[in-house]
Design a binder for this molecule. Structure first.
Ligand code: SF4
Ligand code: SF4
Length: 258
């Protein structure tokens, strides 16, 4: 199986799945078809994620999650235009964005399960960390960071807001599958060591909690703000102001395109 075939599987499922719809909001598709990339399971960048200044020793290697792991397939699901547009105002998150975070994440789980089944049908073993309820070990860290795995697979680079900026921007969700299938990794689209983004600073001024500075994002401040949102909109939560109405919302910031 090739990366192109897997990408097509993921795109077909995204377009056809009823889980990817929010009909009561008039949104035919929560997500556009995903960007998909593969990393070699033994890529040294996975070990680098275990360094204390990045994530820490608790971040698992692919082989620790799946015996005979050969490849890690990572994908980015960009939110559709109407969800992104709805959240461009300042202040509270839009209803559409809150749906995108909750119903959207349910679809993300369905896509991960589907891609795992595709690997199994091809005679391979597979693991979708997203479906493991034990990966989150605190509000701030987990044993498998989808964003960092996407970075490792070459899907994008981190910005000032600590969102991962892909060629389809940063407003969306991530997932990954570890598999014994050997999927040849495409050449990385970005130099994984490129420093941050265009540094326009728009995400800093967009954040209603003041969580983002030039030094990065204060996870505790962001989490507390989102807890307050949850108290207001439970069971929904989210914010995403740093991912909307910013130059990296749905494309690369200009400086990375040059
Ligand atoms: S809004 Fe500007 S500074 Fe913030 S992550 Fe995007 S490109 Fe970088
Ligand atoms: S999600 Fe909201 S509170 Fe958190 S950093 Fe982004 S804009 Fe700030």
């Amino acid at each position: 199986m090739t990366l192109e075939e897997l990408s097509q599987e993921a795109a077909d499922f995204t377009i056809a799945s009823s889980c990817n719809q929010a009909e009561d909001l008039g949104i035919p598709l929560i997500f556009d078809p995903p960007l998909v990339a593969a990393a070699d399971a033994s890529d040294p960048l996975f070990r680098k994620l275990q360094e204390p200044q990045i994530i820490g020793e608790h971040h698992q290697l692919p082989a620790e999650r799946l015996e005979h792991a050969a490849s890690v397939i990572s994908y980015f699901l960009p939110f559709c235009e109407s969800i992104r547009r709805s959240n461009r105002m300042s202040g509270l998150p839009s209803t559409e964005w809150l749906y995108g975070r909750i119903e959207g994440e349910a679809f993300n789980h369905a896509l991960a399960a589907h891609l795992m089944a595709v690997c199994n049908d091809a005679g391979a073993s597979a693991d979708a960390p997203l479906l493991d309820p034990d990966i989150r070990i605190s509000t701030f860290t987990c044993t498998w960071s989808e964003r960092h795995v996407a970075y490792t697979a070459g899907l994008g680079v981190f910005g000032t807001s600590r969102s991962l900026i892909t060629s389809r921007g940063c407003a969306g969700r991530y997932g990954s599958i570890i598999t014994s299938l050997r999927i040849p990794a495409a050449p990385r689209e970005f130099d994984p060591f490129l420093p941050f983004c265009s540094t326009c600073g728009r995400c800093i001024s967009r954040c209603p909690a003041g969580a983002i500075t030039w030094e990065g994002k204060d996870l505790a401040v962001c989490a507390e703000y989102q807890e307050n949102i949850k108290r207001k909109f439970a069971p929904r939560f989210g914010c995403g102001k740093c991912q909307t109405s910013v130059p990296c919302e749905h494309k690369l910031p200009v400086s990375l395109q040059q």
